[in-house]
Design a protein around this ligand. Structure first.
Ligand code: S3P
Length: 480
């Protein structure tokens, strides 16, 4: 694939005055973003998990229905962050209802952006026009790795010192992967033994050409957001093409990027302008319902206005390879993101078998727990490799998937970078340890639909991190 340029106005450098250095935090900045969120957005829908809940999932006879899902988490993070950084007021409909994206908005509010939640579920964000307001208060990223890694790139070229904190899970996740490129650009990051809390001493940076050692859209975005504000051309090279929502969103907000098959470059500094956009339904949330439908011969599920960006839609190919009947209708492009309707039904003979490894494992990283969880119900099993990144997500997702499959009576073999789940197994209901990880809670709620007896999901409140409506919608499509 040759070079192709993404269009958008390139502002001459002289347009871009450096941010004035603020000596004092904004008078209304609060110590923790979440405090503000809770006080102003009690109807936000994003439950912040302060207590643990249990949910009982009963087996189902079938899965049928029509659904339209809340906005994609990855896209909402980017629209929220870029809208809050841009000049002007952006309006987003179908913004993610998850707590993670609320963390991004509350951090951006603490940095001077204005956020209004509208009654129809839309979000209006008035940006800081390229200069954040420094704050002494720590920015609380909650459970959200995307917030912490991406906002670090946004803040590194800004004047001031910024401290980022997170919950216990986020404070265990590796942050050296953003420290290395940002320090190569000249920023100074102080980590706590490789983790959050972290402090960024911001200031003017220099452009770099960086080859990413791990496939990570969050790290790629971190570097691009720093490059956006840095004179010269910053290039990020990736061996595996990770989700490209940042590239598409930056383009939609008016930035220019150059892309090749394995690299993206941004010539800074550039300004962003506000946009109006509808966030496509979240395909990683849809994955739980698509896999649920795949489990029941005779199922029929239709999901409308779903995000189908090719860097995110590999699940549809995998389900097709397993034998599910998948069709895509009404495909259209919105702000360069593909959106469409997906229909799925399961074959009478049940699902076959598949191996997920190499680049596919990186592209399906968020969908691997649910694919593993339906593995026992296939005829030939599911084999996952090259997925060591699963061990440093919101939980060690390999260890918890193995533990919970075994609790349900399944045979499974664990590897450092994946697992083998043989097919043709019958599972029984069990107590599931979600580890307060939203995707583990949802994956095993799906496995529970075909198990004998009831399953108890512990830490069920964690679904609110990405998908607060999950249990309600699952009840609606599960026939009992
Ligand atoms: C995300 C990228 C992925 C994914 C996460 C969201 C994003 O993480 O697991 O849920 O929005 O960029 P990595 O980039 O760390 O692989």
């Amino acid at each position: 694939m040759g070079n192709h340029e993404l269009k958008g106005p390139l502002h001459p450098v002289s347009d871009l005055a450096p941010c004035p250095q603020f000596l004092f935090p904004a008078p209304n900045s609060l110590p923790h973003g979440h405090d503000k969120l809770e006080s102003e957005f009690t109807s936000y829908g994003a439950a912040l998990h302060t207590s643990t809940e249990e949910r009982i999932i009963r087996p189902a006879k079938n899965v049928t229905g029509f659904l339209r899902l809340p906005g994609d988490k990855s896209i909402s993070h980017r629209y929220g962050m870029l809208g809050a950084f841009a000049q002007g007021t952006s309006r987003f409909t179908n913004f993610s209802t998850g707590a993670d994206c609320a963390s991004t908005l509350s951090c951006m509010e603490a940095l001077g952006a204005k956020v209004r939640r509208m009654e129809n579920g839309a979000v209006e964000v008035t940006g800081v026009g390229g200069c954040v307001t420094p704050t002494d208060a720590p920015l609380n990223c909650g459970n959200s790795g995307s917030t912490m890694r991406m906002i670090s790139g946004l803040l590194a070229p800004q004047q001031g010192s910024f401290t980022l904190t997170g919950d216990a899970s986020l404070s265990r996740r590796p942050m050296g992967r953003i420290q290395k490129p940002l320090e190569a650009m000249g920023a100074r990051l102080t980590l706590t033994e490789g983790h959050a809390p972290l402090t960024i001493a911001g200031g003017a940076l220099k452009a770099i050409d960086y080859t990413m050692p791990v496939a990570s859209a969050q790290v790629k975005t971190c570097i691009l957001l720093a490059g956006l504000q840095t004179a010269g051309t910053t290039t990020v090279r990736e061996a595996v093409r990770t989700r490209d929502h940042s590239e598409l969103a930056l383009q939609a907000f008016g930035a220019r990027l150059t892309r090749t098959a394995d690299a993206v470059s941004i010539a800074g500094p550039q300004k962003l302008h506000a946009i109006d956009a509808a966030v496509p339904g979240d395909i990683s949330s849809a994955a739980f319902f698509l896999c649920a439908a795949a489990l029941f011969p005779g199922s029929s599920l239709q999901l409308e206005s779903l995000g189908l960006n090719p860097t995110r839609a590999a699940l549809l190919d995998v389900l097709t390879a397993l034998g599910a009947h998948v069709s895509v209708l009404d495909l259209e492009e919105k702000n360069a993101e593909l959106v469409g309707t997906v229909r799925i039904s399961s074959p009478d003979e049940g699902l076959g078998s598949t191996t997920i490894d190499g680049a596919l494992a990186a592209q399906l990283i968020d969908e691997l727990p649910v694919l593993a969880a339906i593995g026992p119900y296939t005829r030939g099993g599911i084999r996952i490799r090259d997925a060591q990144e699963l061990r440093v997500k919101e939980s060690d997702r390999i260890a918890l998937t193995v533990k919970n499959l075994r609790a349900m009576g399944a045979e499974v073999t664990e590897f450092e970078d994946g697992l083998d789940v043989p097919g043709g197994q019958k599972l029984h209901g069990a107590a599931i340890d979600s580890g307060s990880d939203h995707r583990i809670a949802m994956a095993f709620s799906v496995a529970a639909l075909r198990a004998g007896g009831e399953t108890l999901i512990q830490g069920a409140e964690s679904v609110a991190i990405s998908f607060p409506e999950f249990f309600h919608l699952l009840d609606g499509i599960a026939e009992r």
